[in-house]
Design a protein. Structure first.
Lengths: 80, 214
């Protein structure tokens, strides 16, 4: 993993734990907004924590289509 | 597992700080922050609604309705409960409304005439649990859970301990630094390295799972 990607992934890991200060939080959200790999990391990190706490019950795929539809609905709502 | 069990268990997860920050950012106008909450809780909401609604075709629309209502009502979330607890109540009410609509008009769909969620959310009454899971998806879930456990077992002790203190015990980085007698930056790095090592093992499985109906 390249240094830049590694730093971005480490920020996302810290974001999962609510441990980012404002400047890094803004950077992490920027990464997540524009980077599929960052979103996959967010999902994988969340999932593994849930599996550690709850076992196989927690497992589910990241549904990118769901998020896309939600984004469109929210954008539509803000224009109405 | 019944819906109430999930509620009790999830209320104890170490996610509050992260959720509060994302809620704050959403209220400041950053919808990407809300998308992260949706990614995080989509599956749990889907399972909850799946247990309440016997018609599996209705579930995706009710999940979508839940998150839209939560987004529109977010200013009413005062942080007195965990975000998921609040979301859970919205999901239950959305499922109840959908069931009622279906009873009145079998052709009606969720999302019609949607208004912001009332500030006071209550839930009562439970249906028998139902799921839309297939034997194939249950097997995949077990496979992924096993891969997580195998990857955790293969981690160096310091990485596994840091991740366990965070995920299972819910300790903050500061508390973990105290327990492990190391700097905060080391805690952050260890937790990240542990997560990344486990993620490398499960990503191919997740991608395979994502290509199938869940």
């Amino acid at each position: 993993m390249k240094d830049e990607s590694r730093q971005a992934a480490e920020r996302i890991s810290a974001l999962v734990d609510g441990q980012l200060e404002e400047a890094e939080l803004a950077q992490a959200l920027q990464d997540l907004r524009h980077n599929d790999a960052a979103r996959r990391s967010w999902h994988a990190y969340q999932l593994l924590g849930q599996v550690m706490r709850s076992g196989a019950d927690a497992v589910g795929a990241h549904d990118a289509q769901f998020v896309t539809c939600l984004r469109q609905s929210l954008q539509q709502g803000s224009r109405d | 597992m019944r819906a109430g069990d999930a509620h009790e268990r999830l209320a104890g997860t170490p996610s509050g700080d992260s959720d509060a920050k994302l809620v704050e950012r959403t209220l400041a106008g950053d919808t990407a922050a809300f998308e992260l909450l949706a990614i995080k809780y989509q599956r749990q909401v889907q399972r909850l609604i799946g247990r309440m609604v016997r018609d599996v075709d209705l579930v995706p629309d009710i999940v979508q309705e839940t998150f839209i209502r939560a987004y529109r009502s977010l200013r009413q979330f005062r942080g007195e409960a965990q975000f998921y607890t609040w979301l859970y109540r919205i999901a239950i009410n959305a499922a109840k409304r959908a069931l009622l609509r279906k009873t009145r008009d079998p052709l009606d769909l969720p999302g019609e005439a949607m208004s912001p969620e009332p500030a006071s959310e209550t839930f009562s009454g439970r249906r028998e649990p139902t799921t839309d899971e297939t034997p194939e998806s249950l097997l995949a879930a077990k496979e992924i859970a096993q891969a997580v456990n195998d990857a955790l077992a293969a981690l160096p002790e310091d990485l596994r301990q840091a991740l366990t203190l965070r995920e299972i015990d819910g300790l903050s980085y500061e508390e973990i630094a105290g327990v492990m007698q190391c700097p905060l930056g080391t805690v952050r790095s260890r937790i990240f390295r542990a997560r990344e090592a486990v993620s490398l093992r499960i990503r191919p499985l997740l991608e395979r799972l994502g290509s199938k109906r869940w």
